[in-house]
Ligand binder design. Structure first.
Ligand code: SAH
Length: 354
C-alpha cells in the first residue's frame, strides 16, 4: 500500500466512503503525498508526456495564435498572459520566445501562472523565469487572476481536476464512491439515489450508465468567463475529452502504462476526460475543433518543414515523429480537442475559426 492509501483507508474507516472527486483531489494534491505536490511527472523517465514536451512547435503556434488574437482585439495594455497548470513551464517558455517579435506584446504582458504544486513552481521558475521580466508571478487559483484583459492557455489542466461520478441504477442516479472492501480501497455506490435535471438525451436512463460531473472545472472556468466577459481576451483550452460526458473515463497512468485508479494513490497520475460543453456558457462565444485541425490550420506543416532544414539523422526522424504525434488522428490529433472562448462578438482566433 502507498503511504496515501494507508491514510485514505483510515479516513474511510472512520468517516465512511468518500466521493470520487475527494479521492482524486487527495491523490493529486495531498500536501505531503500528492502526485503533483511531490514530483515532476513528465518526460520519458516520468509517467506521461504532454504536447509541449513533444515539440517546441506546439507552444510556438499557440503563442502566435494568442498574439494574433491580442492584435485583433486592439492590443489592450496591460493584459494578463496566463497559463493554468503549466507543468514544467515549457509551453509558456515557447510562447514567450515565439512572440518576442510581436511589437508591444511583451511590454504589455503580465505573465501569471496558476499552479498548485511547489515542486512544479520551481521547475517553472527555472524554465520561464530565466532572463525575463514580465512581472512573472504565481497564483493558487483562477479566481485570483487580475481584473484586466486575459489571454489564457490551459493544456492538460482540466483533465486533472476532480470529477464526481454517478451511476444510473433502478431508475435513480447513485453517486459512485470510494469505500473499503476487505480492508482495501474499492468502488461502491451511495445507497440513496437521486433524480437529475438538465441531462442531455444521450445521458439518460440507461441502466448501469455512468456519467461524470466536473463541478470544479466549471467553477474554475467561471473565473475565466468573468474576465473575458468584462475585459476581453481569449482562452484556449486543450485536452482530451469530448463535447459531453458519457461513461466512466477515470484513468490512472504510471510509468507510461495504464494502472488501476485505486492501486497506487499518490503515485499514479489520475485524470478524467474533459467534458467541453460544460466549459462553455450561453453568454460566451466559443469554437471547438480537434488538436490536429487546429495545428494544421495554424501552419504546423510549414513550421515543421522550416525546422527540418536545421536537423539531420536521428534528430530529423524524431522531428517528423513529433509532427505526426501532435496531429495524426491515430495519435493526439483527434482525441485532443481545442476549445476557444471569447466574449460574444469578439473575433475567434486563427486555428479554430471556420
Ligand atoms: N500544461 C502542462 C502540464 C499538465 S499536468 C503540460 O502541458 O505539460 C497538470 C498541471 O496542472 C500540473 O502543473 C499540476 O501541478 C497542475 N494542477 C493540477 N491540479 C491543479 C489545481 N487544482 N490547481 C492548480 N494547478 C493544478
Amino acid at each position: 500500500m502507498t503511504p496515501l492509501a494507508t491514510l485514505l483507508v483510515e479516513r474511510i474507516r472512520e468517516g465512511g466512503p468518500i466521493s470520487v472527486a475527494d479521492y482524486m483531489a487527495e491523490c493529486l494534491l495531498h500536501p505531503v503525498h500528492g502526485y503533483y505536490t511531490t514530483r515532476d511527472p513528465f518526460g520519458t523517465a516520468g509517467d506521461f508526456t504532454t504536447a509541449p514536451e513533444i515539440s517546441q512547435m506546439f507552444g510556438e503556434l499557440i503563442g502566435l495564435a494568442l498574439a494574433q488574437a491580442w492584435l485583433d482585439q486592439g492590443a489592450p495594455s496591460p493584459f494578463t498572459l496566463a497559463e493554468l497548470g503549466p507543468g514544467r513551464g515549457t509551453l509558456m517558455a515557447d510562447i514567450l520566445r515565439a512572440t518576442k517579435g510581436v511589437p508591444g506584446f511583451h511590454a504589455s504582458a503580465q505573465v501569471v501562472l496558476v499552479e498548485a504544486s511547489p515542486v512544479l513552481r520551481h521547475a517553472q521558475e527555472r524554465t520561464v523565469g530565466r532572463g525575463h521580466d514580465f512581472g512573472l508571478r504565481w497564483i493558487e487559483a483562477a479566481h485570483d487572476l487580475p481584473e484586466q484583459p486575459l489571454f489564457l492557455i490551459a493544456n492538460e489542466f482540466f483533465d486533472a481536476l476532480p470529477i464526481h461520478q454517478y451511476q444510473f441504477v433502478n431508475g435513480l442516479w447513485h453517486e459512485r464512491l470510494v469505500g473499503l472492501k476487505d480492508g482495501a480501497l474499492a468502488f461502491g455506490l451511495a445507497e440513496r439515489g437521486e433524480r437529475m435535471v438538465g441531462l442531455a438525451p444521450d445521458q439518460q436512463s440507461e441502466e448501469g450508465l455512468i456519467i461524470e460531473q466536473g463541478r470544479i472545472a466549471r467553477f474554475v472556468v467561471s473565473a475565466v468567463h468573468h474576465r473575458l466577459h468584462h475585459h476581453g481576451g481569449l482562452a484556449l483550452i486543450i485536452d482530451y475529452g469530448d463535447w459531453r460526458s458519457r461513461g466512466d473515463t477515470l484513468q490512472a497512468l504510471r510509468a507510461h502504462a495504464y494502472d488501476d485508479p485505486l492501486a497506487h494513490p499518490g503515485e499514479a497520475d489520475l485524470t478524467a476526460h474533459v467534458d467541453f460543453e460544460a466549459l462553455t456558457s450561453p453568454g460566451m462565444a466559443h469554437a471547438y475543433t480537434t488538436q490536429g485541425e487546429f495545428l494544421l490550420r495554424l501552419g504546423i506543416e510549414a513550421r515543421a518543414a522550416r525546422l527540418a532544414q536545421s536537423v539531420t539523422g536521428a534528430a530529423l526522424e524524431s522531428h517528423h515523429a513529433a509532427l505526426r504525434r501532435l496531429t495524426h488522428p491515430e495519435e493526439m490529433g483527434s482525441l485532443f480537442k481545442v476549445l476557444a472562448l471569447t466574449r460574444a462578438g469578439a473575433p475567434l482566433p486563427p486555428g479554430v475559426a471556420p
